[in-house]
Design a protein around this ligand. Structure first.
Ligand SMILES: O=C1O[C@H](COP(=O)(O)O)[C@@H](O)[C@H](O)[C@H]1O
Length: 336
């Protein structure tokens, strides 16, 4: 159930919608979370303060209501701003905790929708900080009734290290997420850690081609695999997957999976899905937190069109691309 309140500037065009799209369970976990912080109003105001002051002054904040509760105190975070500027459309700004909560809710919704429509859900994971934001998904399993048996899990990139290595994206995902949910092991498509980067990339592409052929993965109009949901992180330098700024791999437009042996971020050898595959996805969630990434967020979303785009700025989706930012990562976006 979705409840929504509009906060708008009465006399001019800027209009924002503050929406709470919580199920009861999410609401419950949100309130307990808030009481533990006891600073919800401060956080809300802090979030609002990211908006241009002129607009802010004229905003009319109404208490948000959900199931009879006044959620005024809990208006933190869920800020969906709708403005005419394109970059602003699908950007949501939260506290870190709320990034995890809303992400859980959205992933559960995508999962239910795709499983209902086609009996399976294909999800692509990143490594890095993204995995810790899946923690609420694990906690909310029962409430959201996810059918984990229909999940098929892939990786957008992997480091060429053994699966039990600290740098392994598989290990990160297994420890933080996969070991906690009943996804059939046969539906978890990790990258072969016995091979060198080039061989591992070839084998992974062959696996994807087989799954496209037998209908597990859908296909986009231009013949690339079309995953239902991709959960992307972004590095401080604006890289996504293992596609780094100014690296030739960013321009790869034929291969589905490629490899890199000179990654600027260690380890040097990695395999990665390419941009045509990333951008063919039905839905992409870009999950970016921390003030250290605010410059890259700014340049990806608002950067000069003429300048070389960061890889994160080249991400698009055949369906929906949504940015989940915390206040730190968003902090340069709303500067006047
Ligand atoms: O090396 C990688 O970095 C990015 C970003 O990681 P983060 O810890 O800064 O969020 C990650 O998305 C990618 O999968 C990983 O291989």
């Amino acid at each position: 159930m979705t409840s929504r309140v509009r906060c708008y500037q009465t006399s001019r065009t800027i209009k924002m919608t503050f929406s709470a799209a919580f199920s009861t369970s999410l609401y419950t976990s949100q309130t307990s979370l808030l009481s533990s912080k006891n600073s919800s109003n401060k956080l809300f105001l802090k979030t609002c303060s990211l908006f241009p002051s002129q607009a802010r002054k004229k905003l009319l904040f109404q208490p948000l209501r959900y199931n009879g509760f006044s959620t005024e105190r809990s208006c933190v975070g869920i800020v969906k701003a709708i403005q005419s500027e394109n970059w602003f459309k699908n950007v949501e700004v939260f506290t870190k905790e709320h990034v995890a909560i809303l992400l859980a809710h959205d992933v559960a919704q995508h999962s239910n929708k795709f499983i209902q429509e086609k009996g399976a859900f294909t999800v692509v994971l990143s490594g890095g900080s993204l995995i810790k934001y899946l923690r609420k998904l694990v906690e909310l399993t029962n409430a959201e009734s996810i059918d984990w048996s229909k999940w098929h899990v892939f990786w957008v990139d992997e480091r060429v290290v053994p699966k039990d290595h600290l740098e392994s994206n598989y290990k990160l995902a297994y420890d933080g997420f996969l070991s906690k949910v009943p996804i059939p092991p046969v539906n978890i498509y990790s990258i072969d850690d016995a091979l060198e980067a080039d061989g591992a990339a070839d084998v992974y592409e062959t696996t994807l081609r087989r799954l496209v052929k037998n209908g597990v993965i859908a296909t986009s109009e231009n013949g690339f695999p079309k995953f239902d949901l991709m959960l992307l992180g972004m590095g401080q330098d604006g890289h996504v997957a293992s596609l780094f700024p100014r690296h030739s791999l960013v321009k790869e437009d034929k291969k589905w999976v490629s490899f890199i042996k000179d990654s600027p971020k260690p380890p040097s050898d990695r395999i990665t899905l390419t941009f045509p595959v990333i951008n063919a996805c039905s839905n992409i969630a870009m999950v970016v937190t921390g003030a250290g990434k605010n410059g890259a967020v700014y340049s990806a979303l608002r950067g000069d069109e003429k300048s070389d785009k960061l890889p994160a700025g080249l991400v698009s989706s055949e369906g929906e691309l949504k940015w989940y930012l915390d206040i730190g990562a968003a902090s340069m976006l709303f500067k006047e």
